[in-house]
Design a protein around this ligand. Structure first.
Ligand SMILES: [Zn+2]
Ligand SMILES: [Zn+2]
Length: 342
């Protein structure tokens, strides 16, 4: 599935091998943490049966070896468990594609140093780090993230109802945090994830799976290839919108929405969208540059834009009027392109 595009449409024109799009989730919990309701097998089976291509079982300070997670018969060949852990201290980080448990103890209370410790320890275990839910609890500020070296991914959208991805009275929308980091020269990509704990009781207010995912463009479905593609920014994040085309050039981005695939996703009983109070229904493509400035908005399902600034990213919004008259928004966020050689 998700074989949407010939590879050469995507980013690097010199990429000579073919590639596919893979749907995945990098963050979910199991009974092993003590506060989630389903076993690793049940959780993995759910994602498998929903058509995902990969999943990271990211348990708090526990390494779940994928070889120990036994799915039912007839496992699809295009489904992969990527070894992982949620390294959990003053900061939470998904460690993906690790070979062993990553230690979480660190004596320093300074959160920049805790994050650096996570990056370094995850790297020693062969993996890559995603900084998780910066707006959870005592929020992590952009100035705390900025000094961290070799950090290339963070959770822009985490669908857990308690982590305030879109901000509130005391927290900015995480897109503002992202733009602050990008504007100051950081090369950091935005991930969308579920962070689900509940698969036995379902509802909009429940912390269920299926609401935040990434689409990764990779030449093969292996833990290494998926992780490397993500570290190159060869993926986009979604809370409902699927793309038909995504070109990230040297200084431009071209996107178009796959209406059929998006409609199929929104038929899901697991997705509710973000409630908003006002706005015109439709699809809107925002091209965003330094400082979070919206440089161009196109109403429609395809658009392109060339930038003169140091970076350019795209946010696609689908605003839908429901039968009860309420408005809901669904998004896709592409990774930025950089013109300053970072
Ligand atoms: Zn967490
Ligand atoms: Zn978590």
């Amino acid at each position: 599935m998700q074989n949407l595009l010939p590879a050469l449409c995507f980013s690097f024109p010199l990429m000579l091998f073919s590639s596919n799009w893979y749907k995945g989730n990098t963050h979910v919990h199991t009974t092993l943490c003590g506060h989630a309701d389903s076993t690793p097998e049940f959780v993995a089976q759910w994602y498998h049966d929903q058509g995902y291509n990969f999943l990271v079982l990211s348990e708090h300070n526990k390494f779940i070896d994928p070889s120990t997670v036994k799915l039912k018969r007839d496992v699809r060949t295009d489904f992969l468990l990527v070894p992982g852990e949620e390294v959990t201290a003053a900061v939470h980080s998904t460690a993906m594609n690790i070979s062993r448990l990553v230690p979480w103890h660190h004596k320093d209370k300074n959160r920049s140093k805790v994050m650096q410790n996570h990056v370094d320890e995850i790297s020693k275990a062969g993996g890559a780090m995603i900084l998780n839910h910066p707006n959870f609890g005592r929020r992590i500020h952009s100035h705390e993230i900025l000094p961290v070296k070799n950090l290339y991914m963070f959770e822009l959208y985490n669908a857990h109802p308690g982590v305030h991805s879109f901000g509130n009275a005391h927290r900015p929308n995480l897109e503002q945090v992202w733009d602050a980091l990008l504007e100051k020269g950081m090369k950091i990509y935005g991930v969308s994830s579920d962070d689900a704990h509940k698969l036995q009781k379902w509802g909009e207010k429940e912390n269920n799976p299926g609401r935040g995912w990434i689409m990764v463009n990779s030449h093969e479905l292996t833990s290494d290839a998926i992780t490397q593609s993500m570290l190159r920014g060869d993926f986009y994040s979604s809370s409902g919108i699927m793309l038909e085309k995504l070109v990230r050039g040297d200084n431009h981005i071209e996107v178009s929405v796959d209406k059929d695939e998006t409609a199929r996703e929104l038929e899901s009983e697991f997705i509710f969208g973000r409630p908003v109070k006002k706005g015109v229904p439709g699809t809107f493509i925002d091209f965003i540059g330094p400082g979070g400035e919206v440089l161009k908005t196109v109403q429609g399902i395809s658009a392109s834009f060339e930038t003169e600034g140091i970076y350019l990213r795209t946010k696609i919004t689908l605003r839908v009027k429901k039968e009860d008259g309420s408005l809901r928004e669904y998004y896709a966020w592409t990774q930025p392109v950089f013109t300053d050689g970072r």
